[in-house]
Design a protein around this ligand. Sequence first.
Ligand code: ARG
Ligand code: ZN
Length: 882
Amino acid sequence: MRLPLDHTVRDDQTPSPIRLADYRPPAWRVDHIELEFDLGIDASEVRSRLQLARDPAQDAPLRLDGEGLELLAIALDGRPLDEGTYRYRDNVLEVDGARDGSVLETRVRVRPAANTALEGLYLSGSRERGFLLTQCEAEGFRHITFFPDRPDVLAKYTVTLRADRARFPVLLAGGNPDGAGELPDGRHWARFVDPYPKPCYLFALVAGRLERIERDYRTADGRDVRLVIWAEADVIDCCGYAMDALERAMRWDEQAYGRNYDLSVFHVVATHDFNMGAMENKGLNIFNAKYLLADPDTTTDDEYRAVEAVIGHEYFHNWSGNRVTCRDWFQLSLKEGLTVFREQQFSADMNSAPLKRIDDVALLRRAQFPEDAGPLAHPVRPAQYSEINNFYTATVYEKGSELVRMLAGRLGREGFRRGMDLYFARNDGRAATIEDFLTALGEANGLDLSPYLAWYGQAGTPRLVAEGRHDPVRREYALTLRQHTPPTPGQPDKRPLPIPVKLALFDPDGRMLPLQDGATEQVVVLDRAEHTFVFPGIERAPVPSLLRGFSAPVILECAYAPAELALLLTHDTDGFNRWEAAQQLAWRAYAELRDERDRAALTVWCETLAGLFETMKLDAALLADLLTPPGEVELAERETDVDPARIHALHQALQRELATRIGNAALHARYHDLASDAAAALDAASQARRRLRRRVLELLALVDTAAAQALAAAQFDQAATMTDRLAALAVLVRSAAPQADAALAHYRKRYDGNALALDKWFAVQAQLPGEAALARVRALEADPRFTLKNPNRVQALFGTWARGNPSGFHRADGEGYRLLAARLAELDALNPQVAARLATAFNGWQRLEPVRRGQARAAVAGLADRRLSRNLAEIVGNMLKA
Ligand code: ARG
Ligand code: ZN
């Protein structure tokens, strides 16, 4: 449907969507921009000088984006412009008389301290002690100065910063430093020149009182680089781990992709006030503190790995994103999917590859599958949007990475490297498309990869149905694969996609059978609705191990007997598929409990895992993951008439069965065994022990509650790491232990000045299951340390509760929905990006049981009746449409 465009009426609630099909190259380019900032907390002045170039093929007036700018002066080719020769309205500045080669100069005022949306130039921290910084992706630059704010306008930047030296001793911008000095009245200046043309979303500056740690690095191609991490004085001691991770990431990109860093400095800055995880601004990465700061007293093992991953992610963007950028925002996954993939490879190389794969697939199922199955479903390359910030999603990031992984698997290690080399060489300094990416990968390997383009344009998670048939007479195994993708909003009919299925066949004794050319593993590609693959020379009916390593982002349906899954769980050589077999068994066990059926799968699940628990041979971290069934969000995913309270109860009951089968004595023994070595070391083995210890304590809490609570209380008191401390606290809080309040009070006192540790204090309580959650959330939002102005705090309390605690949020009386809707309205006035993301907690409301469904619909519809930001309006609108 095409909506009529109406330029005379502007109503934030009915914005006309932006469409991929409407893409036109820019009529005006900017080859060079000179920026001068006079920085102040309440007001900052920005002078800009744009060197313009006109596309001779187009005849459009010069139009520049600008939002909320106070225009102080404007001149074209050195002459101040008369009123009537320019117009600034509806966030566009239109200028008459510009020619190819013209220079446009503007001076504007912006107000950093009043900027609560954290987009453009804003203040992090307090007026007295905080610092100034920018966030421009996706469209923040237009909040700083007038510019064609689109990623296909690449300019060279010269940036001069001026400010009071005492208040802003550190002045940083992207690019290489190009001089600094004193000014009258206690002011000073610093200049930066970036030799690489870049889109404006990669511009950044930082100014304030910051401390630093530094390191010298020499790239493989011989460039000396100064690495600097900046943070406020109280946390500068927590930056060493990130520095080490940065060095590892830089070496890794040199070795894995032949990519070297390309400026003389690389700055990284930590802020507590940030809408996203981190930002890859050229030469000046800015990080949410939670992905940069790390020390044993406040950081969990998972968080250490997240710091390493995000440091890698932002660094890898220097090539996949910055040197080669996106033509338009529909191509966002070109940089994000690719960079998540590179980040995942890096983490797998630095840690355990199978454990990393398990984590990544669990995240995909928890975050992306529900998105793809609900009213917000969109392709990895969306066809239209109203607010681009709403498309920084698990689909664009995580599913996008899965698509790159399929391509990499198709080409093999060397072929993929050849393809990536060609992609970087051909598109360096360009704003590219997903077609450019597939073309380069294909051409470097003499292949046509265009069939994979369909994955980028089609939303929804494909179902892959597998059916095997063994013919003892012909000694053949025939595997029939079928695919279908359910409809998603706007896409009723789906095409078949190329689905690579990596597989192995196990004989009934658990040995892998030789397939083609004697190999034990093979990839077949299902590129139509249905196909049968025949494997000759198979004597006995085999057990197929399918989608090894999760070779495609699909939902596999295969009618395994429980004993066949037990065989894979015990014998599969693919660590991921071992875990997958445990997941499939747990699914079925759960369904048996739910439907009060025979307990065939439940028995096998418990028996097999209890057996593995006893052998002591398995890696502790893998065992911990095997002992973890799908979470409540995933369980709800496959049901209609969802009742989260019931799912919670069944999820508990399922794990209680497992704990009972393993037995109190074995759980206690293993807990003490793991506890006897509770040092703070960060090596893989120590982390694995802590991971298993946590799981054992959680299981114990289900069957020997008082004893587990006593153990948890002791663990909390004696913990040498945040991992152990938080694991203990979580068990105390969730099991409503008598020791919980004292532990929470103790934690609160100990970490009162530490923002990241306090976030965990809010989050752990927001996980309180069931009816009790609401009162706790209400109490916590009245806490003096709570504020809607800080995105991390909002996520810790409301995000954890509404998106990660289904039984606590989805109350039958609708109070949870009403509380969230009320806070969303408040938050929307402060920070639309954060409000819109939090609102996705309502995703899946259509599948709730009727009472909750009615309550949820009323809450969402009530929100839709208010005056909302474009961000929140789009999410709420889509939520009600489907
Ligand atoms: N490009 C950043 C990353 O590394 C994310 C920034 C997104 N920012 C936003 N406001 N949507 O993934
Ligand atoms: Zn990214």
